[in-house]
Each structure stands twice: as structure tokens, then as C-alpha cells.
Ligand binder design. Structure first.
Ligand SMILES: Cc1cc2nc3c(=O)[nH]c(=O)nc-3n(C[C@H](O)[C@H](O)[C@H](O)COP(=O)(O)O)c2cc1C
Ligand code: SF4
Ligand code: SF4
Ligand code: FES
Length: 609
């Protein structure tokens, strides 16, 4: 086997794939082959590297040079220049605030996107070949498992996790060590360990990135957890939409077996453990732990009442621990380096780091891992780079469909479980959607409600019927048909659904409604009382009009209008037929003369809807 001199790690996360990763990868491979370099240089796909807005991304190792916004042409040039002649290609280097930067030359501390990040969960993503167990071992992989099995009792492992203060990253933030301890205390010959890789929150993809970029970390963590609680069998429940994650995990399981890190008598001890993958069909509710267990058992993925909790009565009635992927990825470093090391990051009650998926009106979209306790402002401005067009950020929606909005005046709040909870939002799995003045808060609430209505499993009435009624009221308000009584009813209903639903889905579904009502009630009232959508977002309240003084009759708007609502002759002032206009906004996008404006209140009466 030829010795590899270089590895090109290319990001195969969702953002980079949609930006053309596949053709870039092929161009790398083609060019390397052309120069006969394919035997000494490997091209390896990995999970999301974080800076999704700059994709497709690749890193050339051993130099550690990041390249961004790659094209097939760029890939060819990197092979010809960097790989062949050792010359970095400046035009595709990672973009700092002011200049193009090589990570090699500049300490990451000088690059704002990296400076405040601490990578523990994502420590290996974009750094190692996910398929190489040797590279994982070279980064301290399986050292924690060895230490746990050969130098620690299960109780000592649990104590270390308890001392670290690690809390579940899957949503609720339950203390991991306590969960393991409760499972350990159960008297049963059979116990199970489950890794929850369902990742149902739209917009969150950190679990996927870990599974694709560092699958061995999950195999190692699950085995440690199995040892701690007294389980011999583990399941990873992963959604079918993650084929690369499934493939990599399967490969990691097989390789770990070959190395004796999984299976019978691991490291020659009397502990045996094995892992199986179960593929879920991608229903949000199947991420809920009791529904997930039903799904693994081959039953319909519907939740059941708790207690009994899974640690008491879980999979096939046996004590079961369920942990999220990100939670598990933090376990090996804690065992290897100790609880005190982990606690140097984060806050007293929320130690360690958390991965966030930044999306929406923010410059640097992608995955970032930061110590807990960082403020929202640092997260959004120092790391996220602020608004892409320099506008004011109005609010941030945290925690996905079960979360809430946090207005800009609270951006100095530290990001931890308690602080976000006090504001009526949640950490959830770490989704963060940044909103600006163009986002209507009633519409935001409606967007999330639409998701929960679709995903409600239908087992209990408050969630099945209640979320639909809430959605209908929000829809009425955004259509200009809402009343003040509707707002009252919405608030009462939200509270009832929160208090009476069977599972976390229904219990948290009202959060977007309650938090927008808490901070942006005036926007609801503006829709109802004044007939205005302050953000000029809801179509019922806006119209597009052409300013005759600015229109030069270029016809661009008429050509893009999907309903032929714009009339006018060449070089003559154009007009919009309000009856035909569907308010898609295409015209305003193309008018180079600033002649079209969006106005609210709608000229009610003159527009038939
Ligand atoms: C509707 C619903 C969906 C959920 N989806 C997920 C998910 O996709 N992934 C996950 O890890 N936890 C999810 N959870 C939380 C799990 O039920 C469970 O609390 C978690 O996996 C426990 O792991 P942790 O303690 O490591 O966070 C969901 C909960 C609810 C109510
Ligand atoms: S709250 Fe919703 S998702 Fe949960 S059991 Fe009830 S109907 Fe199903
Ligand atoms: S695109 Fe602008 S300038 Fe051109 S016809 Fe339409 S409104 Fe007038
Ligand atoms: S998808 Fe490539 S950096 Fe996120």
C-alpha cells in the first residue's frame, strides 16, 4: 500500500452538497488521477465542518489549509498548485473579516468565526478521516473506553459523568450521570443503551455531522455507557434520511469489532457489548423517547405516559438509557480528561459546550460549538458575523419548533438551560433562527405550528385537535380576519395544550405562540386592530405599487410577473393590476430603478382577495 502524503477532507454536509460538493470531489479525484497522485493523496468526505455559508469547503492535510467556495475549476487548481507544487492557492482561502486567511498561517484565535469556539463534540469532524479507526485512535480515540474498562468500576464512570455536570443535549437537559445511575440501580439481567440519532428538529444537523464525521466517538461512548449501566446491547436509532451517517456508523461498528473494541470480552475484560443500527422513517415524534422505543420494537411510533420512565421500564420492558448523539460524543473526552477539565468550560449549572446550528438572517450560517454561558450577542455577532446586509437583528428563535423567540433587548443573556428557560425559550437541540425586521412574528408562530400540526401523532386530543385550532387562528390573523377574542382564545388554548398533552411534542408546541405573544403582542394587535402587518410580510396586508415618477418602462417587472398582473408599454410607466397580483414580490426584486414599493396597510376595499 502506498503511503498517503496528503488527505483532502471535503465537507459532505447538506449545505456543501447543495453548493456542488459532488462535482468538486469528482474534479479533485479526476485531477489527482491525471497526475498519478491518486495513490498517495486521498479525498475523503466528512460531516458538516461548520462554515456552511462558505461551502463547498475542503481542508488539505497535513498543511491544514482551508479552502472555501470551491468549484471544479478551483479543485483542479488546488491539485496543480498546492498538491503538486506546495503553493497555497490564495483566491480560495478561508475568508476572514477583512482578508483571506490560511488557518496554517493565522492562529484560529485571530479568525472571528473560530476564536470563540471550543470544539469538544465536534473535535474530530473535518479533522480526521471518519472511516479510519487509526486516525480516531491517533486523536485519543478509544483511550477513554480502555481507561473505563481497565481502571474504573461502573460506579466510578458514573461518578465522573455526574461530577462533570453533563446534561442531555437532545432537548430537555436532563443530567446524564443521574440517568445512568438510575439505570445502574435497576435490578435486571437485561438492560439496553440507545443512541437517539433521530434528529427531528428542522434546521438542526449537529448529530448528523458527528455521525458522518466522527462515527467512532459514538461507538466508544455507547460502549462506555453500556459498561456503566450494565447493558450488553445498544441500538442507534437513526433516520433514513441520513444514509451517509448510517453507512459510516456501520463501518465504524465493524472496524471496532475487528480491533476488539466491541463484541465479546472487550480489551480482554469480561465486559461484552454490541451495537445494532435501527433506521427510522423520519417522523418527528419518533425522537421522543417512548415513541422511539415503540418504533424499535416494531410497533407504531407513538409515545406513552411517563412514568414509568425508560430507565425503569424501557425497550421490551427492560431498563433503558436513551442519550442524544451530541451528549454521547462528549462522554469519551470527559472520561479521558476528567470532569474538572470539562467543567473549565461553560457555567456551574450548564457545564461544557453546546453546538448550535445558526440559520436565517445571519452572515455565517452553519454549525458552531461554544462554551455554555456565552451571550447571544457574542454568538450572533462575533461568531455569526451579524446580519448579512448589516440590518438590525430583531430576535432569535431558539430550540426549533418547540422553542421560543428572544428579542434583541435580551441578547446579553448567557446561553444556558436556565437563562433561556426564564425567557420562555429553550435550548432544545440547538437550532437558532435569526430574524430581522422583515419577519412577522405571527407568521413565525404560524410556520412552527404548521410543522407541529403535521407531526402530531394524533394519540391525544389536546395536541391533535388543539394545535390545529391554534394554527387556524394564526392563519385567520395573518389573513386579516382575526379578532381580539381570537388572540385571547389563542393564549388560553396554548396554555391548556401545554398542560394537558401526553408527550413533549404537544407540551411544547405552544411555545412559539406563547413567546411571540409575550414579546410581540403588539404585532398580533396591529394585524387585528389596525389592519397592518408591521413587518410587511403577510400578503393580506400588503400591496405592491409602482411609483410613476421613477418607472422608466423597462418592462423587467412585467416579464417576471407570474400572473401577468403588470401592464405597460415599453418606455412608458407600468401599472400593477391589484386584483391579479398574488404578492409574490418578484417584481420588486428585478426593478433596478427602485420604482416598486411594498406598502401596508393594504388599500383595503380596492383590492379584492
Ligand atoms: C417530540 C420530541 C422529539 C424529540 N426528538 C429528539 C431527537 O430527534 N433527538 C434527541 O436526541 N432527542 C429528541 N427528543 C428528546 C428525547 O425524548 C430524549 O429526551 C433525549 O433523547 C434524551 O437524551 P439526552 O438526555 O442525551 O438529551 C425529542 C423529544 C420530543 C418530545
Ligand atoms: S402530545 Fe401530540 S404527539 Fe404527543 S402523544 Fe399527544 S398527540 Fe401524540
Ligand atoms: S421594472 Fe421598474 S422601471 Fe422597469 S417597468 Fe417595472 S417598475 Fe418600471
Ligand atoms: S455543510 Fe459544509 S460546512 Fe456545513
Amino acid at each position: 500500500m502506498a503511503l498517503k502524503t496528503n488527505t483532502i477532507l471535503i465537507c459532505a454536509g447538506g449545505g456543501c452538497i447543495s453548493a456542488g460538493e459532488e462535482s468538486v470531489k469528482q474534479a479533485f479525484e479526476r485531477k489527482l488521477k491525471e497526475y498519478g497522485l491518486d495513490t498517495v493523496v486521498s479525498v475523503v468526505e466528512t460531516g458538516c465542518m461548520g462554515a456552511c455559508s462558505l461551502g463547498p469547503l475542503a481542508v488539505v492535510y497535513p498543511d491544514g489549509v482551508y479552502y472555501q467556495k470551491l468549484t471544479p475549476k478551483a479543485a483542479e487548481k488546488i491539485v496543480e498548485e498546492h498538491i503538486l507544487k506546495g503553493r497555497v492557492v490564495p483566491e480560495y482561502l478561508f475568508e476572514g473579516e477583512k482578508e483571506k486567511l490560511t488557518i496554517k498561517e493565522k492562529e484560529p484565535a485571530e479568525i472571528p468565526f473560530f476564536a470563540k469556539q471550543v470544539k469538544i463534540a465536534l473535535r474530530n469532524v473535518g479533522v480526521i478521516d471518519p472511516l479510519s479507526i487509526e486516525e480516531y485512535i491517533a486523536r485519543d480515540g478509544y483511550f477513554a473506553l480502555h481507561k473505563a474498562l481497565t481502571q474504573m468500576t461502573p460506579e466510578e464512570v458514573i461518578k465522573e459523568i455526574k461530577d462533570s455536570g453533563l446534561r442531555g443535549r437532545g432537548g430537555a437537559g436532563f443530567p446524564t450521570g443521574l440517568k445512568w445511575e438510575l439505570a445502574r440501580q435497576q435490578k435486571s439481567d437485561i438492560k439496553y443503551m440507545i443512541c437517539n440519532a433521530d434528529e427531528g428538529d428542522p434546521g438542526a444537523f449537529m448529530d448528523r455531522s458527528i455521525l458522518e464525521g466522527d462515527p467512532h466517538s459514538i461507538v466508544e461512548a455507547m460502549t462506555i455507557a453500556g459498561y456503566a449501566i450494565g447493558a450488553q446491547k445498544g441500538f442507534v436509532y437513526v433516520r433514513a434520511e441520513y444514509p451517509l451517517a448510517i453507512e459510516r456508523l456501520q463501518k465504524a461498528i465493524e472496524t471496532a469489532h475487528e480491533y476488539g473494541f466491541l463484541g465479546e470480552n472487550i480489551f480482554g475484560t469480561d465486559f461484552s457489548f454490541d451495537i445494532e443500527i435501527r433506521i427510522g422513517a423520519g417522523a418527528f415524534v419518533c425522537g421522543e423517547e417512548t415513541a422511539l422505543m415503540h418504533s424499535i420494537e416494531g410497533k407504531r411510533g407513538q409515545p406513552r405516559v411517563k412514568p414509568p420512565f425508560p430507565v425503569q421500564k424501557g425497550l421490551w420492558g427492560k431498563p433503558t438509557v436513551i442519550n442524544n448523539v451530541e451528549t454521547l460524543s462528549l462522554v469519551p473526552p470527559i472520561i479521558h480528561k476528567g470532569a474538572a477539565w470539562f467543567r473549565q468550560y461553560g457555567t456551574e449549572k450548564s457545564p461544557g459546550t453546546k453546538v448550535f446550528a445558526l440559520a436565517g438572517k445571519i452572515k455565517n450560517t452553519g454549525l458552531v460549538e461554544v462554551p455554555m454561558g456565552i451571550t447571544l450577542r457574542e454568538l450572533l455577532y462575533d461568531i455569526g458575523g451579524g446580519h448579512p446586509q448589516g440590518k438590525q437583528i430583531k430576535a432569535v428563535q431558539t430550540g426549533g419548533p418547540s422553542g421560543g423567540v428572544i428579542p434583541a433587548e435580551y441578547f446579553d443573556t448567557p446561553v444556558d438551560y436556565e437563562s433561556l428557560g426564564k425567557l420562555g425559550a429553550i435550548m432544545g437541540s440547538g437550532g437558532m433562527i435569526v430574524l430581522d425586521e422583515d419577519d412577522c412574528m405571527v407568521d413565525v408562530a404560524k410556520f412552527f405550528l404548521e410543522f407541529t400540526v403535521d407531526e402530531s401523532c394524533g394519540k391525544c386530543t389536546p395536541c391533535r385537535e388543539g394545535t390545529k385550532v391554534m394554527y387556524d387562528i394564526l392563519d385567520k390573523i395573518t389573513k386579516g380576519e382575526g379578532t381580539m377574542e381570537d388572540i385571547e382564545k389563542l393564549e388560553q388554548l396554548a396554555q391548556v395544550i401545554k398542560d394537558s398533552s401526553l408527550c413533549g411534542l404537544g407540551q411544547t408546541a405552544p411555545n412559539p405562540v406563547l413567546s411571540t405573544l409575550k414579546y410581540y403582542r403588539h404585532e398580533y394587535e396591529a394585524h387585528v386592530k389596525d389592519g397592518v402587518c408591521p413587518a410587511k410580510k403577510c400578503k393580506a396586508f400588503i400591496s405592491y405599487v409602482i411609483n410613476p415618477e421613477k418607472c422608466v418602462g423597462c418592462t423587467a417587472c412585467a416579464r417576471v410577473c407570474p400572473t401577468n398582473a403588470i401592464h405597460g408599454e415599453v418606455r412608458k410607466v407600468h401599472e400593477i393590476d391589484q386584483d391579479a397580483c398574488v404578492r409574490c414580490g418578484s417584481c420588486i426584486e428585478v426593478c433596478r430603478f427602485g420604482a416598486i414599493s411594498k406598502v401596508t396597510p393594504a388599500v383595503v376595499g380596492s383590492i379584492s382577495r
